[in-house]
Design a protein around this ligand. Structure first.
Ligand code: NAD
Length: 439
């Protein structure tokens, strides 16, 4: 494959196939939803109002390539719900994007925004493309074509996209510019995850990890343990995983295992997380060769880190990592799901039987979308907050959300995941009923 030197992606970074991971994503989502619906005993028209996406957009995207050809890409945007506010959710660029995957992710966004009680519904977008094969110019033209094609369906009051797999602040800047050109007005709140210079929010880069840590602090209070006495393993050493490891190490926890696509790196004495972050920075964001630099043992299998004997396990890589196959070998007492969908429903059954306390993804990693909400608020006010202000607002939202879910798990005697869906579904049905959307 010929790579253009001007690509914004790091050269040599392995492109990860997601096809096996997204298998049945929509079915998994619906299984989780149906469990909560059963506990709540909802009426069929209540279910119909919140189960299926309100709008599915399929786009044909012609883009002029550098060699003069026109290549036609397929894009999607799914607005799952706008009952509680504009649709909100990222856009991913990946060759394995499917409509089912986008529908599942949009559904989870609706639930996530309701759990943290921010005034958004859920949405998600995707383009079927391997962006690593595009030049910078091709990537910009594709991004602008995608956003221009959606112009009438998105907007600060309709649908607010954000980054996701393989999209970043630069692409959000192109999205915003395309939209502002279209409507001839300055409308930065059409998209979040922008660079700071054009309306991004302080703290967005560590928001997801910070939210994970706020959840763990609440879990520690409810389950009577101390973070500083805990051992931790983290799968995935990207934005969510490396920042969560660092924040927990700062609180005195011992990080004994980290991993990324290159393998698992383990030290019973604790890993110097800042040193590992510096190493990854210098090695294309990967931990390649870290075992030669630090006193850590390397295991080739990146999933080995999941099975370490630790107090807290943080899956922060991909979907479907803990399944019916390996769930029985998980030894952690608490699992904090920084990744989306790291545990399959089959795994949940085993983990619940083992008494492992799971902080589910739609609660645990909601710090990211919460600070995206703050970015939207700041854009609309035209007044920007300090990092301390962002962090203190985030703490309030995450703490309230955790307590609501924990209380629901006690009230309904269900695991935290079902409880999170219960909290979300109750908020959604209340809003739908007040708006007169079902009888
Ligand atoms: P990222 O691309 O920055 O990092 C992903 C990490 O996972 C990389 O270190 C990669 O090497 C590693 N990885 C890939 N395959 C692996 C494997 N098989 N085993 C072990 N490690 C592997 O991504 P991110 O933004 O940190 O997102 C990670 C997860 O968190 C995703 O599920 C994402 O949807 C979720 N999430 C992220 C955010 C956010 O704000 N970044 C918000 C909500 C949810």
């Amino acid at each position: 494959m010929k790579r253009n030197k001007k690509s914004i992606y790091e050269p040599g970074k392995p492109q990860i196939s997601r096809r096996h991971m997204t298998l049945n994503a929509y079915e998994n989502a619906m299984r989780q939803f149906d469990q909560a619906v059963e506990v709540l005993g909802l009426k069929p028209n209540q279910v119909a109002m919140i189960r299926d996406p309100r709008k599915v957009i399929i786009l044909t995207l012609p883009v002029r390539m550098d060699d003069g050809r026109i290549e036609v890409f397929t894009g999607y945007r799914v607005q799952h719900s706008i009952v509680r506010g504009p649709a909100k959710g990222g856009v991913r660029f990946h060759p394995d994007v499917t409509l089912d995957e986008v529908k599942a992710l949009a559904f989870w966004m609706t639930m996530k925004c309701a759990v943290v009680d921010i005034p958004f519904g859920g949405g998600k977008g995707g383009v079927v493309v391997d962006p690593y094969k595009l030049s910078l110019g091709e990537l910009e033209r594709l991004s602008r074509r995608y956003f221009a094609s959606l112009a009438d369906d998105i907007g600060p009051d309709q649908d607010v996209p954000a980054p996701d797999v393989n999209t970043n602040a630069q692409i959000m800047a192109w999205f915003m510019d395309t939209y502002c050109m279209h409507f001839k007005r300055h409308l930065p709140a059409v998209v979040t995850g922008k660079p700071l210079e054009i309306g991004g929010s302080a703290g967005r880069d560590i928001a997801t990890a910070q939210g994970v840590v706020f959840c763990l602090e609440e879990a520690a209070k409810c389950l009577s343990f101390e973070l500083k006495a805990c051992s931790v393993a983290v799968q995935g050493f990207g934005n969510a995983g490396s920042n969560a490891a660092k924040l927990l190490a700062d609180k005195g926890a011992r990080i004994i295992g980290i991993s990324d696509v290159t393998g698992s790196y383990i030290s019973e004495n604790g890993i110097d997380v800042m040193d590992a972050i510096e190493w990854a920075r210098g090695h294309n964001k990967l931990l390649t060769g870290y075992e030669k630099h630090a006193k850590v043992k390397k295991i080739e299998d990146p999933k080995a880190v999941l099975e370490l004997d630790v107090d807290i396990l943080i899956p922060a890589a991909l979907e479907n990592q803990i399944t019916g196959e390996n769930a029985d070998r998980i030894k952690a007492k608490v699992i904090a799901e920084a990744a989306n969908g790291p545990c399959t429903p089959d795994a949940d059954e085993v983990l619940n039987k083992k008494g492992i306390f799971i902080i589910p993804d739609i609660l645990c990693n909601a710090g990211g979308v919460t600070v995206s909400y703050f970015e939207w608020v700041q854009n609309r006010m035209g007044f920007y907050w300090t990092l301390d202000e962002v962090t203190s607002h985030l703490k309030r939202f995450m703490t309230n959300a955790f307590q609501a879910v924990y209380n629901a798990s006690k009230e309904y005697k269900v695991p935290m995941r079902v409880a999170a869906f219960i909290v979300a579904i109750k908020r959604l049905t209340a809003a739908a009923e007040l708006r007169g959307l079902y009888a």
